[in-house]
Design a protein around this ligand. Sequence first.
Ligand code: M6R
Length: 634
Amino acid sequence: MCGIVGYAGPGTGRRTEQDVDLGPGPSQRPLEVVIEGLRRLEYRGYDSAGVALVGPDTEDVAFAKKAGKLVNLRTELADRSLPAATAAVGHTRWATHGGPTDGNAHPHLADAGRLAVIHNGIIENYSELRRTLAAEGATFRSETDTEVAAHLLAREYRAAGDLTAAMVATAGHLRGTFTLLAVHADAPDTVVGARHDSPLVVGLGEGENFLGSDVAAFVAQTKEAMELGQDQVVTITPTSVSVVDFEGRPAEGKRFTVDWDAAAAEKGGFESFMDKEIHDQPQAVADTLRGRTDADGRIVLDDLRIDEAVLRSVDKIIVIACGTAAYAGHVAKYAIEHWCRIPVEVELAHEFRYRDPIVDAQTLVVAISQSGETMDTLMAVRHAREQGAKVLAVVNTNGSTIPRESDAVLYTHAGPEIAVASTKAFLAQITAAYVLGLYLAQLRGNKFPDEIATTLDELRDMARKVQTVIERGEYVRATARSMKDADKVLFLGRHVGYPVAMEGALKLKELAYIHAEGFAAGELKHGPIALIDDGQPVFVVVPSPRGRDQLHSKVVSNIQEIRARGARTLVIAEDGDDDVRPYADEIFWIPKAPTLLQPLLAVVPLQIFAMALATAKGLDVDQPRNLAKSVTVE
Ligand code: M6R
């Protein structure tokens, strides 16, 4: 959702690596930094973009905003002569209140054009505020909720004469979720920000400072960063960063160093970020496993700040997450229950919070999130903690809100995931869940050390096997190209193959806009089999033939049942599984692996299939329509 960038620093100087042509005016480092930041935040999903600039010689805020992609804004800027600036803000908007038009794009101006505000979130009491402000004489030019924040800030600034104090007062009037950034022509080297239930991170430079929705906004400029707490106002100038809370009392941010390189968020020669991120997956699995054992081979989780005695006393685990992360949670359930004999529930975060769940001090809530900012998951985390549960976050993004508000964190080390469709984060989340399961088994004595060591070795070998599946991708791509006119695709799986089937369906829906459903294969005869008619494509995830409980033979029977009714069967099966050959129209072979670890392999052909089919349809696989990478509103 909305991307936010702020910059305070010298008006000229070092150019960014992009060396963008931003029009006929003087060299514009603030504008260049902000545009580059917006480019790096494009992945969040947006439908309009804008910038606002102030400098020592500006009477009013200079600004530009355009509906559509960033290129539209850049074209607009290229035709304009902008004044030299020393502070700037930039915004990509994902429309909520008011359509994606030039007028509704941010920034929104007030104080006779001398103040500009950008916003991420939803201001829930905007209607009443708008009526009050209009009665006081404010003129509204957009349909957005954001514009009330601009007029409020102008009113408070007139009263306080200080932008930081005005922001504190403004925050006190707003309900809902917000990150706000503001610049004022009176303070040409200053950007003020406020955050309430919406992300904002500070980038610390030399003689310049940055603000961003996440570190991607400024990682090309600096890796030194500062997390802000909830309900804080931050003021940056080129040489200072000061933080206060919503009462105006001084507060501290927490410094950290971004552990990935700006290059990690570039396509690196691939056609899309998604393609690159699929290829990053062996590394993501390996990195998520790295450093998790001590010299004796015992699992050590340094970031897990929950007392071991508490973890031993846990009698229930609830995994909360959304979308792909929730499917990773389903895999976690199978593994943790099998290894640790603790009941595990998996719940969509937005459902969990509103159904009065039974949670107490013996419950461990595991919140899985790539971004660490998903609002539904964050709200569920808060609810769980209010009920006395301990919350462990499995998160990919440093400096994000969910780990900050959780009792403990287990970071996945997938690196930045830019494509909206999650791929490498999914594999890293599953890997982290396996590590957590084995750790709990070790702690609670459910498994012997040599059993844990064997599983860890098998897990370490998975990165190589994922690489093998990726290398076999051309056959999957060719199949996808041949199916570009499909209008409905079904996915079946059992046991851990079931969440893989659901994830395969989600990938196809979000990338190729094809109706796709994932079913538990055992459920087939209870209804979904009625969907099968002549030529209906059905993917089937087949478990290892060496697995337990006749799982394999049951799924082979399911393939026969749907084929007998005309389905075109696309089977994901383990190397050498001759039982499936007679019933498969296409087979995507994956290396042999223990049943519980198979999702790391089985999902990869499904990711490649969705990407290739969407590409064949001429769709943008990195930024599918209507979607945002990070869903920061409920
Ligand atoms: O950042 P999160 O992992 O919390 O995001 C959760 C979902 O929004 C996310 O996985 C979404 O379903 C992806 N677009 C799936 O590809």
